[in-house]
Every structure is written in C-alpha cells, then in structure tokens.
Design a protein around this ligand. Structure first.
Ligand SMILES: Nc1ncnc2c1ncn2[C@@H]1O[C@H](COP(=O)(O)OP(=O)(O)OP(=O)(O)O)[C@@H](O)[C@H]1O
Length: 703
C-alpha cells in the first residue's frame, strides 16, 4: 500500500515534469503559427495530463450552496451534502438513466463474478481439508477430476461475467461522458460572451476533465463500490459462519480505520479543491501564452513564460505532495493494522486449530476472507473519495448546464429575414459587467434609416466597437434601448436577430476548413454558386488564383490580413443581411488591399436596403458613409456628411482626423526638440493644413 502511494507521488512528480517538458517543447516549436494554431488544443489537453482515468490531484469540486436540500442529503456524508452534492448526486444518477439496461446487465454480471470470486476462499479451505484428511471425500461422491471441471467452468463463467461487466460499464461510461460533453459544449456556446471569455480555461476543464470524472463516477466507481459492498458483506458473512470469535477479533480494527477514512476523505476534498484551482491557474497561463505564441517567440519570452508556468506547476506539485503524504499515511497505517489483524487471526486461529475447534481449511478460508474484507473496505474508502470528486465535478458541470445565459438565445419574437426598419439607439447607457462604474456610453442616441450608411468615428477606446457589441446583443445596455422597426431588440429571439446582421469584425476569425466552408460559415444551405458570387462581390479574387480554389484548406491564420477581411465581407454578404456591422475593415491594410476592401464595401453600400453601421479610422473608408457621427466621452458630439464635417472649421471630426494623420509631423518633432507648448501649436497648425489637403484628396477619391 505504502509503495503504491509513493508511486502516486512519483507519478504526480512525473506528470508535472511532463507538463513542463511539453510546455518547453511548445515554445521551441519551429513553426509558431502552425503549432499555436493547430495544436494548442491538443497541447492543452496534454498539459492537463488528461486520461480517461481521473487524476486524483487534478479533480475537485467547487463548493456551492445547495438551493433546496434533497432527501439524499440525509444519506450522504455531511461534507457532500453541504457542497450541494446531494442535488448533483441525483443529477449524476439521472445521467445514467439512458444506460439503464446495459448498467443493470453489468450489475447482474458483477454479482455473478463476485459470487465466483467470493467462493474461492471457501473452495480453497475445503480443498486443503480434503487433501489433509486421512480419507478424502468430496460431496456428492464427485471425483477429483469432476470437481476440478466444475471449478474450471465456474471460474470461466466468473471471468466471462467480469469481461462483460467491464465492457458494458466502460462503454456506458463513455456514452455518458460523450452526451455530457455535447450538452456542456452546447450550454457553453449559448452563454453570453463575457462568461466564456472570462473563464475559457475553466470551461475547457469542465468539458474535458470534469465530464470524464462524472462518467467514471456513474459507471466505474459505482461498479467498484458495488463490488466493494459485496466483497465486504459476503466476506463478513462467511467469516461469521466459519468462526464468530475470530470475526469479532477482526472487527476490532474496523472502527478506527473507518474514522481515519472519514478524516482522510475530508482532508482529500479540501486538497482537491485547492488543486483544481491551481490547475485552472496553470491552464490559464498556458492558454494565454500558447494563444499568443507568435508574440512570445517574437519577444523571446520563452523563459519568462516558462517561469510563470513553473510557478503554477510548483503550486500543484506541493498540493500533490500533501495529498500523497496523506494517502501514504492513511493507506500505510490501514495496511499495517490490516497485517497486524492477520497476524492476530493467525495466532488466535492457530490456537483454535490446535484445540480442534476449527480446521486448517477453515482458518485458511477465514484468512482469505479477511484479505477480501480488507480489500473491500479499502475499495469502499476510495469509492467514497471518488464519489466526492464525481459529485464535485458534477456540481461544476451542472452549474454550467443549468445556467441561464444573461442573453437567452432562443426566447422571444422571431425576426423575419426580410424585415426592414429604422435602427434606433435611445438614451443608451452602457458599462461592461467586469468594469462596473466605468461608463462606456452615456446618453447615446442614434437613428439610422433603412439602407442608410453611418460611420462612427472617435478616439481609440471611445466605445465604437462596444456599439457593435450592443447591436449584436453580446451585451445589453444598462439603461435605454435599441429598437429596430420600432420594437426593442430585446424582444427578439437572439438567434433570429443575429441572423439578419452581417458582421465584419476588427480581426476576422477563420476556422479550420476550406475557403468555401469559411465563407459559408453559419450558412450551411449556401450553394457553391452563392459562395462564389459573395466572394466575387467582396473582391476575393485571390481565391481563383489558388491551386485548389474554394476547396483550399485554411486554418486560423493562414491568409493575409486583407484576404481575411475580404473573406469576412464575403461571409457577411452571403447572409444577405438587413444590417451590416463593419469594424475597422481597412485598419491594417496597404493601399492596394485597402482599395480592394473599400471597393467591396462600396458594392454593399450600393445595395439599397442594407443598413450599414461601420466603425472606421481611415478617411478613405469614412468618406464612403452617407453620414458620419463623432463619438466622444460615450456620446455623439457631432454628426453630418463627410463634406459638411471636413469643411466646418471648428469641427471635432477635423480635429480627430488631424491627430491621426499627423504621424509624420510627430516624427519630425522628435528630431527637432522644442518646448512642449510650442510643439503642440506647431502640430496643430500643421495638422490642420495637412488634414484639409488629405481630406480633399480623399473626398475626390471617394466621391
Ligand atoms: N470586454 C471588455 N470588458 C471590459 N472593458 C472593455 C471590454 N472591451 C472593451 N472594454 C473597454 O471599453 C472601452 C471601449 O472599448 P471599444 O473597443 O468599444 O473602443 P473603440 O472605440 O472601438 O476602440 P478602438 O478604436 O481602439 O478599437 C475601452 O476603454 C476598453 O478598454
């Protein structure tokens, strides 16, 4: 036993060593993009040390108050009931319902195989008595050959039953895990973005580790628990039958060991909670740096990242060590007391044999049964702690499964895809839930007519993209409302509302697949003809130049920024949206790509009924909008056409553009140090001149 737990410590050490080796290997990968893009999921799994077997150091439960105590709480240990375990326990058991049939068969097979193995001590005892007697006589006058044949058949049946049980249990467990993972994943996809983005690592660990633990709990652990109950109770019964005195002697040892098991279980639960948090921290560090592998490599920050990771690993390791010490002491001392019991039994039993009160065979059977009962009790202890872990993991999963998203996706009025209407932001006040008290938008009002195009401009961090987030209902405003065709968009089902909006985000995301599947993302019914038409409209001519054309496989980052943006425009166009939300579509492009993207935007703007709300910095893009609104301190301070705003001498818009077009001037100032005030004056007058020049150039280009 002690050896086993020393092994478990060294396993934890090995595991943590492996994690660090894997982490280092990730950094030294030859191709950061390929590695980060394609393998980060796999690596994260390996970093967590996943296996289908629960890892004692990596699983735990988050204590949560139990909303309504169930009847089960009376029967579960206090620690379990306190942590909301009873309701989770019931839910976990409910998960096994669809597997009722195979599980019941497995339980039947378990009873058969347990009956066979429980008959072994008795059989061995009888055989010893038979061979040591002067006149060996088998019951029913069976010959030795016949008895051997019966035993072989019996053991074969037991082995077959055990095989069937293992197969049925494992498959049922895997099916439960698969179902649970799908449900958890679906629930995660429906949550509001804030919830998932804040705890991405946590959601991943629920999906992988926790589901696996719960699956094991309802199948493997229950099966082990049942086997333990059968072993201990049948063993005890048989022992009482053979010798009540010897059995009473053995039972002396049970109460102290049981008490030890309770304390051990509680301590283990506390450690498991801490470990789960530490593993979450480790995952967070790894997810963050692997997701930004290019930056890590560009800044040669391997060492720095490894140190951060090492710190987290050290934390996990010290918890693992504490757990290993507790396990080693518990199992070592229970093993030691078990061996002492055996010794006591042998001494006292030997005396009884010499007095002729029991036979040698009986004593042998009794010793065997003692070992069985000991193993059964030890199995029960691990069953108890495994169930605690299962319930803890279940609590975390059910917290996600039962969570009502802040923006419920399916309830509300369905917006018909061809519905058109005025879009109105009315007295909007907005703050991010994670940054309470910091108003991003205050008294924000904007009305956009059907088919109108409006560009929002403003300082960086001024809240422009947040307006898109509100439009897409990633968040809801704290005050005020957004209406479409006179109806509050909160009354619409989010699904149908989002289906009439085309989005081109600041940094478009591609998914592993082909170019065609990326354009048709979220639009399964699109034909190849429609995909090609959308690509043509979005100026994605580069696709035709690729050897495999639309069937070219792509990954997250395997296209240039400009190509990704045009692909995202094609994706949005394919939806034939009533509303189009474009965010900084040309922010990082060279002149040619910018022209291609702007040309694509022009085509959209020419569509009569598409209302377009875009966030832009570049004059060439802004100039295309029918109306420009300037956002400052969370509200609109200026609005008008491009021409109107650039020609107005004191316009905020001009000042804003001036600040951005002045990079060249700033560079010049750096070489020509002057007092700050002077610099500012110079910059302002220069920028004004430049702005007027460049804007008139842009106006000419755009109109
Ligand atoms: N998820 C978030 N949680 C908390 N604060 C956020 C979040 N996203 C953005 N912010 C904050 O909200 C403010 C407005 O951000 P937003 O992205 O809307 O600005 P922006 O005008 O689009 O900026 P830019 O032009 O640089 O893209 C910023 O101060 C930003 O730090």
């Amino acid at each position: 036993m002690l050896g086993l737990h020393i092994f478990s410590t060294s396993r934890a050490v090995e595991l943590s060593h492996c994690r660090q080796v894997l982490f280092r290997a990730a950094w030294s990968s030859q191709n950061a993009a390929r590695f980060g893009g394609r393998h980060s999921g796999l690596l994260q799994r390996q970093l967590r040390g996943y296996s289908t077997q629960p890892q004692p150091t990596e699983m735990a439960e988050k204590a949560r108050p139990l909303p309504r105590p169930s009847i089960l709480s009376r029967f579960l240990p206090k620690t379990l009931a306190d942590s909301g375990g009873a309701s989770s326990f019931g839910k976990i058991m409910a998960l096994a319902k669809p597997e009722k049939k195979p599980l019941l068969i497995a339980v039947g097979l378990l009873l058969v195989s347990s009956a066979v193995s429980m008959s072994i001590p008795l059989t061995v005892g009888k055989l010893i008595d038979f061979f040591s007697s002067a006149n060996p006589q088998f019951p029913l006058d069976l010959s030795l050959w016949q008895v051997s044949s019966v035993l072989v058949v019996m053991f074969t049946a037991g082995a077959l039953a055990n095989t069937g049980r293992a197969l049925l249990m494992r498959m049922a467990g895997q099916r439960i895990v698969a179902r649970l993972r799908e449900r958890t994943y679906a629930a995660a996809l429906e949550q509001e973005v804030e919830y998932v983005e804040k705890g991405e690592g946590d959601v991943l660990s629920r999906l992988s580790v926790d589901t696996s633990i719960v699956g094991e709990s309802v199948t493997q652990n229950l099966s082990d628990g049942l086997r333990a109950v059968v072993m201990s109770s049948v063993g005890l019964g048989a022992m009482f039958y053979i010798s009540p005195q010897l059995t009473m002697l053995m039972l002396l040892i049970v109460p102290p060991v049981s008490l030890g098991a309770v304390f051990y279980g509680r301590y283990l639960k506390k450690l498991a909670n801490q470990t789960q948090e530490a593993v979450g921290e480790m995952t967070k560090v790894a997810t963050e740096s692997l997701g930004a592998l290019r930056t890590v490599q560009a800044y040669n920050a391997h060492q720095q990242e490894q140190e951060k990771f090492h710190e987290r690993i050290t934390g996990i390791l010290s918890l693992a060590r504490k757990e290993a010490v507790a396990s080693a002491i518990f199992f070592g001392s229970s093993g030691w007391s078990g061996n002492l019991t055996l010794l006591g039994l042998l001494g006292y039993g030997g005396t009884l044999v010499s007095q002729g009160q029991i036979s040698i065979g009986d004593l042998t059977s009794l010793l065997f049964y003692t070992v069985y009962v000991g193993n059964g009790l030890s199995l029960l202890t691990s069953f108890f702690s495994s169930i605690m872990r299962g319930v803890g993991a279940g609590t975390r999963i059910f917290e996600l499964l039962d969570r009502t998203p802040a923006v419920p996706p399916h309830t509300g009025v369905t917006v018909s895809p061809d519905r058109l209407g005025v879009l109105k932001f009315e007295n909007i006040k907005f703050e991010y839930p994670s940054r309470k008290g910091v108003d991003i938008l205050k008294n924000f009002n904007l009305e956009i007519g059907v088919g109108e195009s409006v560009a929002i401009v403003g300082k960086s961090g001024g809240g422009k993209s947040s307006i898109h987030s509100l439009l897409l209902r990633y968040y809801d405003p704290v005050e005020g409302k957004i209406t479409f065709d006179g109806q509050d968009i909160r009354e619409f089902s989010v699904d149908s509302w989002r289906s009439i909006i085309g989005v081109v985000p600041q940094d478009p995301v591609l998914f592993t697949g082909t170019i065609a599947s990326n354009i048709a993302y979220g639009n399964d019914s699109a034909t190849r003809e429609q995909i090609e038409k959308a690509a043509r409209e979005a100026n994605c001519e580069f696709v035709w130049g690729m050897p495999q054309g639309f069937d070219t496989p792509i990954g997250r980052l395997s296209l240039s920024g400009g190509q990704r943006q045009r692909l995202a425009i094609a994706r949005a166009l394919l939806k034939k949206p009533a509303l189009l939300a474009l965010d900084e579509a040309t922010s990082s492009l060279d002149a040619t790509s910018e022209h291609r993207v702007n040309d694509a935007i022009d085509k959209i703007l020419r569509k009569r009924h598409t209302t377009c709300l875009f966030v832009a910095h570049r004059l060439s893009t802004i100039a295309r909008a029918e109306r420009i609104v300037v956002l400052e301190d969370g509200r609109i301070v200026e609005t008008g056409t491009y021409h109107h705003l650039v020609t107005r001498p004191d316009s905020r818009f001009r000042a804003l553009m001036a600040a951005q077009l002045n990079a060249a001037t700033v560079e010049k100032v750096a070489y020509d140090p002057q007092p700050e005030e002077e610099q500012e004056q110079d910059t302002e007058s220069e920028s004004d001149t430049e702005t007027t020049e460049s804007t008139s150039e842009h106006v000419t280009r755009a109109r």
